[in-house]
Every structure is written in C-alpha cells, then in structure tokens.
Design a protein around this ligand. Structure first.
Ligand code: X5A
Ligand code: ZN
Length: 674
C-alpha cells in the first residue's frame, strides 16, 4: 500500500496576464518548485505516480451551478479585455484562456486521487494542483480558486463510494468559506478550518469565519472554525489546536475518509499568512491525521506563496504520507494567549455537540475578552509585526534537516520459543556491550545472579536501544518476564547518557518506583484505574480512569488532552511504552496509542509487554511497522468524575506544562482548585 502523487505540468500553464498586486503571488512556479523539490529529494520516486484527468461536467456540477460552469466554459475564448472584465465580478481571482482547462484538471486530480485511495490502489496521497479550490463557491470564483476541488471530491466520495462520514481538515491560512458553505447543513462532512482572521480585518473579512459559525440545521456542530486573531502563530499554537479541539472531535466523529485542504501559506515566510510555524510542523499535522479512517487520507494543494517554505512543507507532508519517521519538534514555546483564547472560544462553541468537549470552559466573557486582548498585547512576548518591519519573504529559518531512515524499522527481543511477528527483525545479538554496563545490569536488576535468561534478555534490550540511538533501528518491541524490571533497566541505561530524555508511558495498574522520576530525564505518564494523585510530581503524572484502561473514550480523552501535549513539550529522545499485565486496554486503542506515539523521538519507541500477554505481539508489531491503526468505533462521553478529576490535574500541571492549557486564565477554567 503506497502513496500516490499527482502532478502534471499542464497545470503550470496559466498565469496572471495583467497587473494586480493581490493576485501576483499565485504563480506557476508554486507547482514547479514543489514538484522539483519532491524529485530532488527522491520522494517523488518513492510515490506511485497517478495521472491527472479532467473532471467531467457532471462532477463539477456536484458543487457548482450550471450557470457558473457555463460562464467559466467561455473563458478560453475570451480576449484579454473580456477576461479582465469577467474577472471583476469575483473577488481576488484572475482568469486566463487556459485556466478552465487547468481547473478541470485540478478537480479531476482530486477525484483520481480519491479513486486510488478508495479502491485500495494506494493508502494515501497528495495532489499538486493549480488553481486551488477552497474559496470557490456554488456560483462564484474567489481567492485564486475556480472549482472547489476538495468539496467536489467529498460529494463524489459520498455518491460513488457511499462514504458515510468525511473529515475535511483545512490547514491553509485562509478560511475555505467555499467548503464551509457547501457542507454547512451536512452532518456527514465535518469541516475544520483555522485561518488568519484578526477580528474580521483579514481577507475574506467574513463574519461567518468566526468560531461561532458551527454549522446549520442538521449540520450544527459539523463546522469548526478557529480564527487566528494575531499573526505570528507558531508550531505550539497549531499543535495546541490539534490536541485540544480537532483530534478529540475527529476521533469522536470517526470518519471513513480524511481530505486535507493542504495550503502551506500557514507556514513561516508566507506573505499572506505571516505565521511562524515551520515546515516540519506539517509532518506532524499529517501524521496526527493518518490513524483516522484506517489511514485513508487525500491531501490536495491549496495556497502557499513563499516558494521556499512551500516546497519544504510539501516535502514534509509527502515524506510523512510515505511513512518515514517524523522529525523532532524541538524548542516548542508556550502557545500564545491569543491562540488559547481562540481555542477556548471554539471549544466552548462546540461543547454542546461533542461529548469529548462537554467539559470545556465557557468562552471568555466579552469583558474579559477585550481586557484580555489588551493584556495580551502587553503580556505576549511575541513582537507585533509592524508595517515597516521586514516582510515575511525575507524571514529566514533553517532548512528542515534530512529525516532519519534507519535500515531496520522494527526489531524484537523475544524468548526463543516465541515466533517473531512478520516484518519484524528478531534481535538476537547482544554484541559489543560494554562489560561495565553488563555488570551494572547484573547488580541492579537480577535477583538471582545466575538467571542467565533474564540477563540475556536485558542485554539484548540495552543493545537494541543503543542501536536506536544510533539510528540503525527505528523501533522495537520486547516480550519480557517482568515489565517493571525491564522498564527500570532501560531507563537506568538510557537516562545515563547526556541529553537523553525518556518518555515512559505506562498503561495499566502497577507500582512504579518513584526514584526514576526525580531528575527530569524521564517523564512518566501512568494511565491506570488507581488514584495515585498523591504521588504526582512534574515528572510523574498519574492519570486515573475509574473504569480502567478499557474505557475507550476516557483513554482517548487522556491521549489527546494530556499525553500528546506533554510529549510534544517534553520532546523525548526515546519513548518507552509499558503495557502492564491485565491493563484491559482495547486492541484498537492500543494500536492508536502506538501510532500516535510515533510523533515523538523520531519514531524511537520501545514497547514492553509481559510474557503472558504475548497474544498482543502481532498487532503491536503491525503498528510499529507503520500500518495504520484500525478506526475506533464512534465514542461515547467519558465519565464525568474522571473528566473532572483530570481537569483539576490539568490546572495544577499547566504551570509546568504549557501545552496543557485550554483556557486563557487558569481561574476561568471551570474546575476549581479543590
Ligand atoms: C488558495 C488561497 C488566497 C487568496 C488571497 C486573496 N487563496 N487575497 O490561498
Ligand atoms: Zn490560502
């Protein structure tokens, strides 16, 4: 199951023919630089190249009016003067004699990509297209867009394949109002968009781009807008919105298909967006969506006007679709106040529709909000970008480094009589281990010094994580006699090396020796049904679900609301996932967890499972090998008691862990201190 790439040079063959400062950024080179970067990096070669086709009239009419189609159809025959005149009736768009042809190819590309994914020819893919689509409406071209490529693809997917639920994620920096209008009253399409808004001062200046446009009639709750009221949003702001609103709702929605309006004008250096998120953020945004819908994801290019930033962002997206390990996102700052305010507003607008948000705080009151807006200007260390300052095109950022690709994806350490899961490499050597390390191992972890089986297992584990540190192996799994001892052994070894940080995720009940968590070289997140509130510290975070880890909605709530934000902020060099015996965690949830943890430490995850639970080996290995986790069933509401306790914990922890914040002021966040 591969990744499709759609591109055709024909879509570079139209351009602006007159002077228009608004439209001059939408150039043919946007496509050529993106494609060349994919070719140069070897990514294009690794994709399955899918040819473009023209969308048919019937297909275009799935979204657009006959009247509009007929009008656009005439543009190839118009004179320059006629084209200019024709253009004038629409906003921020231009026509060219060849744009109709290209617009049919752009929409057709989205459809062909969708066909390839739906028929199982490929797992996922990206279409590099011009013109973009998300601003075009039933009756109108707009914002460089002629036909709404993604909206047409969504209607087509419903009609041709009977797809029941479609998630559209629009990470372009502009509001895709065309998509919003198309599906406003349709509960089968969940549309999410974040966009530069600046309290309606930014194009397209629509009241309905604000957070309170949640959809209409049956579609109420199925339109999510997160307006950015300031420029300069960073990786943290984007991640915070993914963790605290998009992902919980998306998992609750449980889509059969994910479409991405993949605009890269939301990246640093873009003259339209003026945001500060770096190109490697798109690797993460992509990855975080790849375990929905069984991995069926189609990304279709929208905006992106800084050619350097655009090409880098496209490469990050495609490389992630191909399944390569993710880059580490270091130096994440705290999300800014304005971003959290937008998040808080959007969450409160949606809490009545989504049980995953029903505990969300109120929006800041208008009084607080204006106060906050003023305060924010002062408090926010982030400098305002002023008119006279350097233009975003002159912004410099380091080129994302080449991503690692260990020759071995998954290795396993298993007792001799256990069959190694397919595709996994059995790790049988414990060569070149430092004798000092070995004697320390013996001393600390072997009750019986002559227990040679346990000793071999531990030395294999240590060699395995050393190979991970050297990027020779990406991830691993081990079946051990006692997960707690094995965990201690791995932690002691890897935390000894300078610069290492281990994120330990323990699933299920059991006691974790507290001495491992003092120095910040490990962060332990322990999900269980035991209330270990008293033991909590900055680096030991007990998350309790009364009904245990088998409570799927509670577990998912914890994964997005706590584990992902903590993991991103901690930025570990290794993830250790420990499955305590009898944890009760459901298979699907276990696989989602493993998939999502690949976001950290460049995919360096070691999974520890106890010998009597060897039945879980195969599905663990499958996910470590990069197969998408199966979709979870539609989720119920998590238990109120659990959620309230977790919110109290959030309020305590958010001073230390800024990505946990979901409200602008801790006091206004609903649950009180005691
Ligand atoms: C697709 C896209 C932007 C239009 C900006 C007009 N359009 N001012 O990014
Ligand atoms: Zn855009």
């Amino acid at each position: 199951m591969g990744t499709a790439l759609i591109y055709d040079v024909e879509m570079t063959r139209y351009k602006l023919l007159w002077v228009d400062p608004v439209c001059k950024i939408e150039v043919p080179e946007r496509l050529t630089v993106s494609h060349e970067a994919l070719v140069r990096s070897g990514l294009a070669d690794r994709c399955i190249s899918v040819p473009v086709r023209e969308a048919t009239e019937v297909e275009i009419l799935l979204v657009h009016s006959e009247e509009y189609l007929e009008a656009v159809k005439k543009t190839p025959y118009m004179t320059l003067e006629d084209l200019k005149e024709f253009t004038l009736q629409y906003g921020d768009v231009y026509f060219h004699p060849n744009i109709y042809h290209c617009a049919k190819l752009a929409a057709g590309s989205a459809l062909h990509l969708l066909d390839s994914v739906m028929t199982g020819k490929v797992r996922n893919g990206m279409a590099l297209v011009r013109p973009p689509g998300h601003h075009s409406m039933h009756n109108a071209a707009n914002g460089f867009c002629v036909f709404n490529n993604v909206a047409i693809a969504a209607r087509y997917a419903k009609q041709k394949y009977g797809v029941k639920r479609i998630l559209i994620v629009d990470w372009d920096v502009h509001h895709g109002q065309g998509v919003q209008y198309c599906f406003e009253d349709d509960p089968s399409v969940l549309y999410f968009s974040w966009h530069r808004y600046e309290h309606q001062k930014f194009w397209p200046n629509l009241r309905e781009s604000d957070y309170d446009s949640v959809g209409k009639d049956n579609g109420a709750g199925f339109n999510i807008n997160v307006p950015w009221n300031k420029v300069g949003m960073t990786n943290s702001d984007y991640l915070s919105v993914f963790c605290h609103i998009l992902l919980p709702v998306a998992y609750e929605f449980c889509p059969d298909l994910v479409l991405v309006c993949a605009g890269f004008d939301s990246a640093i250096g873009d003259p339209e967006g003026k945001m500060c998120a770096t190109p490697d953020i798109f690797a993460h945004l992509t990855h975080l969506l790849m375990n929905l819908a069984g991995g069926k994801l189609c990304a279709v290019l929208e905006g992106g006007y800084n050619l350097t930033s655009l090409a880098q962002s496209v490469c990050q997206t495609v490389q992630t679709l191909l399944g390569d390990p993710l880059p580490r996102l270091s130096n994440l700052s705290a999300p800014c106040i304005s971003a959290i305010e937008s998040l808080q507003c959007a969450r409160s607008a949606h809490r009545r529709y989504w049980s995953s948000l029903n505990h969300a705080a109120d929006a800041p009151t208008s009084e607080i909000s204006t106060k906050r807006a003023k305060l924010a200007e002062k408090e926010d260390e982030r400098p305002e970008i002023e008119e006279e300052e350097k233009s975003p095109e002159e912004e410099v950022w380091p080129e994302p480094p080449k991503r690692i690709s260990p020759t071995i994806r998954s290795a396993s350490v298993l007792p001799d009589d256990v069959v190694c899961p397919e595709g996994c490499q059995r790790y049988s050597s414990s060569e070149d281990l430092n004798p000092l390390v070995l004697s320390k191992l013996k001393e600390n972890f072997l009750e019986d010094v002559d227990d040679s089986d346990a000793f071999t297992a531990f030395s294999k584990l240590i060699t395995l994580i050393e190979k991970m540190a050297k990027d020779e192996i990406c991830n691993g799994l081990a079946l051990v006699r006692n997960v707690t001892t094995a965990m201690m052994c791995v932690i002691q070894h890897s935390a000894a090396a300078p610069g290492n940080r281990v994120l330990v995720v323990c699933v299920g009940n059991g006691t974790i020796p507290s001495r491992i968590t003092k120095d910040g070289k490990t962060l332990v997140v322990h999900i269980s049904s035991e209330d270990r509130w008293e033991e909590r510290s900055k680096y030991y975070i007990p998350l309790c679900l009364k009904k245990g880890c088998g409570d799927t909605s509670g577990f998912v709530h914890i994964v997005f609301g706590f584990l992902l934000p903590l993991g991103y902020e901690y930025d570990p060099s290794l993830v250790l996932l420990v499955r305590m015996p009898d944890s009760g965690v459901c298979d699907g949830v276990w696989q989602q967890l493993i998939g999502l943890l690949q976001s950290f430490a460049q995919g360096h995850t070691l999974v520890l499972i106890q010998e009597e639970e060897k039945a879980f080996l195969d599905l663990t290995a499958s996910t470590l090998l990069g197969n998408p986790a199966p979709p979870l069933e539609q989720l119920q509401a998590p238990f109120t008691d659990d959620v309230e306790a977790l919110e109290r914990l959030r309020h305590r922890l958010q001073a230390d862990w800024k990505l946990l914040q979901t409200t602008v002021s801790p006091e206004s966040g609903g649950a009180d201190e005691c």
